[in-house]
Ligand binder design. Sequence first.
Ligand code: NOJ
Length: 562
Amino acid sequence: MIKRKIETSIYRREIMERKWWHHSVVYQIYPRSFQDSNQDGIGDLRGIISRLDYLAYLGIDVIWLSPVYESPNDDNGYDISDYQAIMAEFGTMEEMEELIEEAKKRNIRIVMDLVVNHTSDEHPWFIEARKNKENPYRDYYIWRDPVNGEEPNGLRSIFSGPAWQLEEQTGQYFLHLYSKRQPDLNWKNKQVRQAIYQMMNFWIDKGIGGFRMDVIDMIGKEPDKEITSNGPKLHEYLQEMNQATFGDKNLMTVGETWGATTEIAKLYSNPKRNELSMIFQFEHIGLDQQEGKDKWDLKPLSISELKKVLSKWQTSLGNEGWNSLFWNNHDLPRIVSRWGNDDVYRKESAKMFAILLHMMKGTPYIYQGEELGMTNCPIDDISEAKDIETINMYNERISSGFTKEEILESINAKGRDNARTPMQWNAREHAGFTTGIPWLRVNPNYKEINAEEALADQDSVFYMYKKLIDLRRKHDIIVWGDYELVEETPEHVFAYSRIYEDQRWLVVCNMSSEKQVFTVPREALRIIVSNYPLKQLPDGKVELRPYEAFAVSYTHLRAHET
Ligand code: NOJ
């Protein structure tokens, strides 16, 4: 009996054991900007609960909740002072439990953000640690003596300036790869790791669906060798974490890993290695920044590069890993403004990006407002910015001689506030987000772009997302089919096939505001989805309209599939 069980599971694993998150769609909520319920201008848990029906109607399976823990908000909740308490501005632990319950009733799981590369400087561990060198919590963080009266080495913070901060009282520096109010935890300390696993189990016991792991590639750092990501012990720690927490719980885990290659992705997400379900890779996200520089140094996107990179990720993981699919999150500019057209072709391009991504293999992520085609929100002056990364970069670049105009251009293209403006619910004051004063200005285009408007228009971006989510639920080919890039296309046409059992689908996307000619290899059988009305099945040479995108099938679909 036992033997048979083992044999079946080995057999299944060869084709990859199927898990619920393989066929799920995730929706990311940035709680501060989603829905305010008590009119203090800040989104909250009660606000999220009040919008669960909207999310259930959209059809998503999982909510990734950006941090809701107690925090002084130096980095909007990514600086945590108590992992087991809820930020007062957001609500209470009872409301958190209610959110988990209410979501469950709608078949939605809540995935929590796990921010354990660093804490807030107001976390009790750090308050203790900084007191003196002998404090039992001292070694929870990373301290070094000055070298020649200066920082121990040249490590830089991702939020500008040195990654070392001098603590006058003890004469030592502590490491902070983000803001100086986000000291890095010392993962080499076993007590730190145990405390984190305990905290994770606290949340698992509350019935959550898993974790999104903030900059998890950094926990194995070797600061003395100036190694910050992909350090030697990273995977050992993750395997230990897996065993101590979620490993046998059928949860979903996704790691944020900026520098991951496809080979590294397999280390994290090969089911045989017992680490994570999947990672966020960012190779495509870096394609519009200058080589060797940082995200603020802009260059135009090359569509050929995008095709190359995404196709590589689609084909390289095989059964040894799983992809996450995303254009947006709370750190990235809005995709319609970034690589689409947020003016005349806003709807067309937003839908094209949706089709392009949601027809691929992997677990898709939708960032709040993406399903409405929300756009970037440019500023005229740095005083309008709220994001610490943006403000620090501005000050650093001003002192190194950049002009205000140059810096504002970068901010308007890449700044994180673009994605963080409040969710646009309706055309009433402050877009229905709050009746108070919103913590960050509402994008002035909310009168045209908002959920109420979108729900009333069958042709809206919202209904495209709803349809794509529904298609994924009905068609195994979207979840499991192989991917093949169509090579012979004009530069601006991104076309690929999905192949599964006796089915073949073709996805064709015009990524430009010009018409493009594309030859459909053979007569299609059925239109699966399209962002323009298609009067007839595409056959032979077709002229694609600006940002036109469609998916067609070539073989018989079973009768119940529409
Ligand atoms: C990545 C998060 O997505 C970002 O918002 C945050 O600032 C950094 N990690 C630091 O936690």
